[in-house]
Design a protein around this ligand. Structure first.
Ligand SMILES: C[C@@H](N)C(=O)N[C@H](C)C(=O)O
Length: 211
């Protein structure tokens, strides 16, 4: 059964921050040079080598500020309220956490998560069944990683992405095929690690090369 980021077991995971810095991803992996924790950057570069020739990774988002996380929560909460009239506060929190993490456990704010897809050699994104960041309502559930409602090619591409990322220790958020993380509380809970390695980054300490 899917464990959501609003699950109290996620918040209960202890954190012992590794103190690692945020670094920009190489532009071959992330045209926008998104920032992530250095341990995650190393793993993503390893994952890229595990893909077949002519297929690459494209990271579109990494570290996110707390302010942006709060904006996304507010925007999506409004979408959920419109789609589920009369929803109560507990159910609203649960539904919202299918698409965006509560601030205190947010993997992107910790620099531990990326949103990414596969690309062909010419940079064209491979078909994955939905665009990145399609909400459950917009995609009618096809954003869920295991959705049965996608084509065999889209399924094969999701499996290819997943096998490269799992091989380097990343975990997926099962309600978003594009969201993978390493070192955050959700990762610790799913892998059985005794503690998370990345706390939320409230200021933004940059590696010297990124400054
Ligand atoms: C908003 C979406 N792209 C996202 O990042 N969701 C995850 C679960 C998050 O907020 O960490």
């Amino acid at each position: 059964m899917t464990i959501l980021l609003s699950d109290p077991r996620v918040r209960a995971m202890p954190v012992r921050d590794s103190g690692s810095t945020l670094v920009p991803l190489p532009t071959q992996l992330s045209p926008a040079a998104c920032l992530v924790r250095v341990e995650l950057s190393i793993r993503l570069q390893d994952a890229a080598t595990r893909l077949p020739a002519g297929v690459g990774l494209k990271v579109v988002e990494g570290h996110r500020s707390p302010a942006l996380q709060e904006q996304i929560i507010a925007r999506y909460s409004a979408e959920v309220c419109a789609a589920h009239p009369g929803v109560g506060p507990a159910e609203l929190d649960r539904l919202v956490s299918r698409f965006v993490a509560p601030l205190g456990v947010a993997p992107h704010v910790a620099g531990s998560a990326v949103d990414l897809t596969l690309v062909a050699a010419d940079g064209t994104e491979l078909p994955m069944g939905t665009p990145i960041d399609a909400t459950p309502e917009q995609s009618r559930g096809r954003c869920f990683t295991d959705s049965p409602d996608i084509t065999p090619d889209e399924r094969a591409n999701r499996e290819l992405l997943g096998s490269a990322l799992r091989a380097v220790g990343l975990v997926n958020y099962p309600t978003e095929w594009w969201h993978w993380s390493w070192g955050d509380r959700y990762w610790a809970l799913l892998t059985g690690a005794p503690f998370a390695l990345h706390a939320p980054i409230l200021a933004r300490p940059l590696a010297p090369s990124a400054a």
